[in-house]
Design a protein around this ligand. Structure first.
Ligand SMILES: Nc1ncnc2c1ncn2[C@@H]1O[C@H](COP(=O)(O)OP(=O)(O)O)[C@@H](O)[C@H]1O
Ligand SMILES: [Mg+2]
Length: 323
């Protein structure tokens, strides 16, 4: 890993806006119109939650992604900057609109509709190559929502490897459920692979976690960390060693929106600090747990002090001085 870099972390790709409609009168029906009782328009996307929270923990973070030259694009840019994420690498497309997800909440359940917009059209050729010199680490999430970036992964890997930049990836869910992810050729280029257990099962083609882990081990570059919801996470080393770490259980979950992204933020914050992988995993579990104490993906990450206060008051844990 590079010793230095202008940015500890560059988050690459996925950016959009969430239009959250709450207290809906009933399920949308073709040919009819209904009321929602409440609406919030906010920065969305799993990669943006990751970027905001890793910056909150103290990693110097930049975002390289494509937005439209429109009002949603300005919302994305301003919201990232307000979270302390450098926006200098954002690309403003004159051709494509900023994407959005309409989130319809029915009680505890949600129905989402996403227009990918600009993020689907950002390929390797759009990237300012300087970012590979300035980054120590690159994180990619939601690869199935970004067809051009997915197509160009070999170029991204080559540029990162040439510049000595480490790379992590959380695939997230595949909205078309084809799970077209050639793990045998891709995993050897990903230092830290971080899907959840369901996603890993779909990628490998088995619902048995042990079998899925055995299938990926020969292709790991360094490690995988598999997120298992309230059960915790499983760290898998390139040598086949495994370490299941139970979660810091929160019995009063506000919601688990973004818990996986916050896990990634905690883990990668430790990784770029040079902590040992089990310590990164512990920081991941703690960040996922802290995430569940407040609404949405960034509610519990208002400052590092607030994070440490929750960690100590709710979970009885203090951060090591190295984190
Ligand atoms: N109810 C919970 N209490 C404490 N920690 C949790 C809870 N739910 C999730 N976490 C933590 O957050 C991490 C990520 O959550 P998970 O739901 O597995 O991710 P994803 O959103 O990617 O599916 C888990 O590995 C766990 O450590
Ligand atoms: Mg996830």
């Amino acid at each position: 890993m590079k010793k230095t870099g202008k940015y500890d972390v560059v988050a690459l790709g996925e950016l959009n806006v969430d239009i959250i409609l709450n207290r809906i009168d009933g399920f949308p029906e073709i040919g009819k119109e209904k009321f929602a009782g409440d609406m919030t328009v906010t920065l969305g996307s799993s990669t943006a939650i990751f970027a905001a929270n890793v910056a909150c923990l103290g990693s110097k973070t930049a975002f390289a992604g494509m937005i439209g030259d429109d009002s949603f694009g300005s919302l994305v840019e301003k919201s990232l900057a307000a979270k302390g994420v450098d926006t200098g690498y954002l690309i403003k497309s004159g051709k494509y609109a900023t994407g959005a997800t309409i989130v319809m909440s029915f009680g505890e359940d949600r129905a989402n509709l996403t227009y990918q917009g600009a993020m689907d059209h950002m390929g390797f050729a759009d990237l300012d190559r300087k970012l590979f010199e300035e980054a120590k680490h690159i994180h990619i999430s939601s690869i199935f929502m970004q067809s051009e970036l997915k197509r160009d992964l070999p170029e991204v890997f080559a540029a990162a490897e040439e510049a000595g930049v480490t790379l992590s990836m959380d695939t997230q869910w595949d909205p078309v459920e084809k799970w077209d992810f050639d793990f045998k050729s891709l995993l050897p280029h990903i230092d830290i692979f971080m899907p959840n257990e369901t996603e890993l099962g779909h990628i490998v083609g088995t619902s048995d976690l042990d079998a899925a882990v055995a299938a990926i081990v020969p292709y790991l570059k360094r490690a995988a960390v598999i997120k298992c919801g309230s059960r915790g996470s499983l760290l898998v080393g390139k040598d086949g060693s495994t370490h299941m770490l139970p979660s810091f259980l929160n019995r009063n979950v506000v919601d688990a929106i973004g818990a996986g992204d916050s896990f990634n933020a905690g883990f990668i914050h430790g990784f770029v600090k040079g902590l040992e992988l089990p310590e990164c995993q512990r920081l991941g579990n703690l960040s996922g747990a802290v995430n569940t104490t407040a609404a949405g993906g960034t509610g519990a990450f208002t400052s590092k002090e607030a994070f440490e206060k929750t960690a100590s008051e709710v979970f009885g844990v203090s951060l090591s001085s190295r984190a």
